[in-house]
Design a protein around this ligand. Structure first.
Ligand code: UDP
Length: 385
């Protein structure tokens, strides 16, 4: 990669109260030279950029004329998600881990903004690989913050609604208590690891004046998401399309709010554009709540599927003693007041878009445009919730 666009941000003291749209100092100085292709012309590093949300974000940044640098080890991400971006001159990617300290430092150096999505995600993955989850999430974030600290690059750290744990204070507010389960229950390692990421990022902001923003993603869904790591909506859509039983875990009375990835991307773009967001934690999610049982019925109806609904005990679906969250609803007052964002895509529209995506993929596989089984191609990336 050329070094011509290496820029040095000079934040000096952070001003977290200024609500002006944020443009780094360096960008203001170098805008003409460094932004030949678009309106904002930032250089944005997305760790985990070949994942589900990351690749959608990469598309949007490229569309507005930014330079996008993706670092992804393809552990849950996929080349399939970024293949169409590869020929573009403002897209660059490295298949490597955030644990590659030297490469990470160089990429952070060459960026104006870092969006840190690289993480072990998905409940099934977490239950099956707790060591990997903890190490990736904690060490990875530490390395990203250390690298960003050198030249005070702004970092958006992706967190998760899992951090609210078993809290019953619904809807969840960013300043609410986090209630986690015992350490011998594997699923809580994800919540604990992301909570630690948040503590560390906020500590860098307060103590070292690093501009950080924390985004707590609630259940995010949309085209390109895979059911491979246990995400319910792609699972249900796939099951309904193939006429297989739709597997509702537990009694199906637990509920979630599902947000279209395009809405989530808009939230991220707005957050990183506002100085007001620096040093703050934000929920990003839909407030349209639905029980998993009703979701199964909705998917069935939208797809006009004959699939039966099958109830699977948690012990069989995950592990002995698995604890699920009964309700997970975000309070979005803070993000609405701060940057004027809220989710707008209705769930049925999102379900239709996911079904269309799978249909299109299946057609491409059948016609040989892409190789591999339709099922394998559908398994393209992880998600955060
Ligand atoms: N779930 C389900 N069937 C599936 C996958 C998941 O009933 O095939 C349930 C899961 O137990 C949880 C909800 O759907 O109660 C959402 O699961 P997901 O893994 O998508 O997200 P999270 O648990 O992180 O909210």
């Amino acid at each position: 990669m050329g070094a011509s666009l290496v820029l040095e941000a000079s934040w000096g003291e952070l001003d977290c109260t200024d609500s002006d749209v944020y443009v780094p100092e360096s960008r203001r100085r170098n805008r003409a030279a460094a932004a030949p292709t678009g309106e904002s012309g930032m250089r944005v590093l997305i760790t985990g950029g070949a994942g589900f949300i990351g690749s959608h974000l990469a598309e949007s940044l490229i569309a507005r004329g930014d330079q996008v640098l993706v670092l992804d080890d393809l552990s849950t991400g996929s080349m399939e998600n970024i293949r169409h971006l590869k020929p573009l001159s403002n897209f660059h990617y490295w298949i490597d881990s955030v644990m590659n300290r030297v490469l990470l430092a160089e990429l952070v150096d060459e960026s104006d903004l870092v969006i840190h999505f690289a993480a072990a995600v998905g409940v099934r993955l977490i239950v099956e690989s707790p060591v990997h989850t903890i190490e990736t999430n904690v060490k990875g974030t530490e390395l990203v913050l250390q690298a960003a600290q050198k030249k005070k690059k702004t970092v958006l750290v992706a967190s998760t609604s899992e951090v609210y744990g078993k809290s019953a204070e619904v809807p969840f507010r960013e300043d609410g208590d986090l209630v986690m389960g015992a350490t011998n229950k594997g699923r809580w390692s994800y919540a604990a690891s992301k909570a630690l990421d948040e503590f560390l990022a906020l500590a860098y902001c307060r103590e070292k004046k690093l501009p950080v923003i924390i985004a707590r993603f609630f259940n995010t869904i949309g085209p390109k998401q895979t059911g491979r790591y246990g995400m319910v909506v792609p699972n249900f859509v796939r099951q309904a399309m193939s006429g297989k039983p739709i597997t509702v875990f537990g009694d199906g009375k637990q509920s979630r709010c599902f947000c279209h990835v395009a809405d989530v991307v808009q939230a991220v773009l707005k957050l990183v554009s506002h100085t007001k967001a620096v040093g703050e934690v934000f929920n990003i999610g839909s407030t349209e709540e639905i029980s998993i049982e009703s979701l199964a019925n909705l998917v069935k109806a939208r797809l006009k599927s004959d699939s039966e609904i099958q109830y699977v005990p948690y012990d069989q679906a995950y592990e002995e003693g698995f604890e699920d969250m009964q309700r997970r609803v975000p309070c979005v007052e803070k993000i609405w007041k701060s940057i004027g964002w809220r989710a707008t895509t209705p769930l049925d529209v999102t379900i239709d878009s996911i079904a269309s995506y799978f249909e299109e993929r299946d057609k491409q596989v059948t016609s040989g445009i892409v190789s591999g089984s339709a099922e394998a191609l559908a398994r393209t990336a992880g998600s955060r919730s």
